[in-house]
Design a protein around this ligand. Structure first.
Ligand code: PSU
Ligand code: MN
Length: 342
């Protein structure tokens, strides 16, 4: 009907105009529940583009002290592209949207301690309300997606996506990243999933959940879903996008339609840092084998730690380069989205 205004479509709990101003977001309506840094708050008030960043990669992916250096580098790349970084995590029982470098230092240094956990949807309330020692947390993609939504942040840059684990049809180990992607409007930039996940089943699951899945590349070529350390996985990407501008346009249309579902933008690792799939696959297979007795949320970190050990730092440099590139692409998307929504 003529009264239908896509700008007014409410994607609970945040509507589009509120997302832009930041002033009526879920977080703003519940003061004290979520701590938004001064820098991020200013960006919201002045309608500067913002990019959300996850922290499980620092607490449960990267060894110390590389994790702290990476956290700073990620924010620097985002700022260089004219965007305000919002690193998201839990520090001393408080949900943080944006952290000072001292706070980032505190969180990353606490990696590995018994009070620092990996935070997905099911973990969130406990970590801000439990009795005992104050807890810290690195948010997974799932955790970062849902907190971004609460704060009114629309795009996040991450490293590797969780998915359906190999044998998941029996173990039921399916990352909450996938269900969270289906729960609300968010754009996620990631470099793919490692070969310890079942790529075709992950794609089927995402299709069922209505998540748009695309990879940066040329539409005239066949483009694979990237395999994290390598640019190929052997499985074709459902869609191809050619630039951050196009990606932002698709995400904006997704929002204006009120679809209320997430978008995945896979960004293959830059060629010069790629580690061939043939080289990584046996290493990853061995890491999975070694971690097979570790179940639940500890499985992914155990596999990641074993990969780091086996590649002696080479995987760390590849991981660093790809995640920095994701921050750059995510920031460019945020700039374009901000232009489109003016
Ligand atoms: N895969 C990677 N690197 C990562 C992760 C996964 O190659 O850092 C992290 C991300 O934070 C992701 C989470 O959201 O692990 C998925 O964990 P799980 O499989 O327990 O859902
Ligand atoms: Mn899992």
């Amino acid at each position: 009907s003529s009264s239908w205004d896509p700008e007014k479509v409410v994607c609970s709990p945040i509507n589009w105009s509120a997302m832009r101003s930041g002033s009526h977001s879920f977080a703003a309506r519940r003061p004290g529940l979520i701590t938004i840094s001064q820098e991020v708050l200013t960006a919201m008030q002045t309608r500067k583009p913002i990019l959300g960043l996850e922290t499980a990669i620092y607490t449960h992916g990267f060894p110390k002290p590389n994790n702290y250096h990476l956290a700073l580098e990620m924010e620097a790349v985002v700022r260089e592209n004219g965007v305000t970084p919002a690193t998201i995590g839990i520090l001393n029982g408080k949900i943080m949207i944006g952290m000072t470098s001292e706070q980032l230092k505190e969180l990353t240094e606490s990696a590995g301690s018994e009070n620092t956990h990996k935070i997905s949807r099911r973990d969130l309330a406990y970590h801000i309300a439990a009795s005992g020692q104050p807890l810290n947390g690195g948010t997974t993609i799932a955790g970062t997606i849902l907190l971004s939504r609460m704060a009114g942040i629309q795009i996040i840059a991450t490293g590797g996506l969780g998915g359906v684990h190999k044998g998941g049809e029996n173990s039921l180990d399916i990352s909450a990243d996938l269900t969270e992607l289906s729960r609300g409007t968010i754009a996620v930039v990631t470099s793919g999933m490692k070969s310890f996940l079942d790529t075709p089943r992950t794609l089927e699951y995402l299709e069922t959940q209505g998540v748009f899945v695309s990879t940066f590349g040329k539409k005239t070529e066949k483009v694979d879903i990237p395999g994290f350390f390598s640019r190929e996985s052997g499985y074709q990407s459902p869609y191809v996008v050619e630039s951050p501008e196009e990606a932002a346009r698709i995400f904006f249309a997704n929002h204006r339609l009120g679809l209320g579902s997430g978008n995945l933008y896979f960004n293959p690792i830059p060629e010069e840092y790629e580690i061939p799939k043939s080289e990584m696959d046996p290493i990853i297979a061995a890491a999975v084998e070694k971690s097979s007795s570790v179940t639940g949320k500890d499985n992914t970190p155990a596999v990641l730690a074993e990969i780091v050990k086996q590649t002696e730092g080479r995987s760390i440099e590849a991981n660093r380069q790809l995640v920095l590139d994701n921050a750059k692409i995510g920031a460019q998307m945020a700039v374009e989205l901000s232009r489109l929504s003016k």
